[in-house]
Structure formats: structure tokens, C-alpha cells
Write a protein that binds this ligand. Sequence first.
Ligand SMILES: [Zn+2]
Length: 200
Amino acid sequence: MLVPPLCWSCGGVARRREPLCLDCRGLLRRLGSEPAVLSGVRAWAPVAYAGPARDLVGALKFRGATRVAEALAAQIAANAPEWMLEGSLVPVPLHPRRLRRRGYNQAGLIADALGRRTGLEVADCLRRAGSAATQVGRDRRERRLGPVGSIELRAAPPGRTVLVDDVATTGATLAACATALRAAGSIDVAALVFARTIGR
Ligand SMILES: [Zn+2]
């Protein structure tokens, strides 16, 4: 029996290889070409973290829909300012405990897909230790006070690095990654994420 692909947001019929139906694609809130500066890191995202974008990230992270990473990477690759697609892609690391439970790092999947599309090297050179707390799903006060877990190098970083993640909220995790990379010799650090929270 042939089952048509379903939209990860509304459950309606989607086109083959598309994780969203046309209506939900139209609901994605597109952001401009200017990167935001989050906690001191220039971070660019194609869409706002809301509506269908949130559902896509949820599908990738919590429903095992690893193929959604391809679509998220495609959105980044097709719309990112050209100057940001230079350097090596460094996935934001997942806490080992989460990695064991989930079986994959969603940022790593996006970085791999983005690497295939852009020809950029992927340098999985960071790891996370300490608190397993995440940014998404925590309230504002927790995010401000809570630790993001310490970021450590597990390999020498490339000179110019582009951090890759699914979502950026305050940028605290990106900043922790950037600090570790710069301390180890990276001279230029920017970030590409699929979605970023707006208007909080
Ligand atoms: Zn839909």
C-alpha cells in the first residue's frame, strides 16, 4: 500500500521528500539575510522558531525523523548569505547522556547534510560535559541562570568555523562553543542554525 508522505506540522499530504505541505511551508516565517548577534556570536537562521518550524525541529529531535535534517540543511544552504558559507562546519555537541538516549546528534545530522550540499568540511571537534540542561523548553529565568554544560575541545579546531545547530534561543550555547573554539585558536566563528527565536 502506498502511503503519501505526511506533513510534520499539520498531518496533511506533503509532496515527496518535503517534510511540510505547501500551506505549512507558506507559514514559515522567513528571516532576512542579516545575521543576528546572539551572546556575541553572529548567527544566521532562515526562519523563526515558531509554527511549522518548531514542528520540524520537534520531529527531528523527538520523533526520530532524522531525514528532516536534509530539509533543514536545504533551507540553510539555499538562503544563507554567501559569506557565511565559508570555513568548516562544527556541530554544536549534545550532552553524552542525551546522545545515548536519542541515538544521534540532530546538529550533527544537519551539519553533515549541509556539508554535502555546500562542499564544506564538517569538523566534529567539540564535546559537552556537565549539565544536560537545554535551552529550548526552559523558561527565561532558567535559561539565564542555568548552566549550559561546559564545552570542551576533542580535536584541534579549524581556523575558521561555522557552528551548526537546529535552534538558537539566547545564543548561550553558541557563545560557549565559540569561546572554546577561539581559546583553541579559531580566528573567526559564526553560526548557522535552522531556526531562531524571535520577539521574546
Ligand atoms: Zn501542513
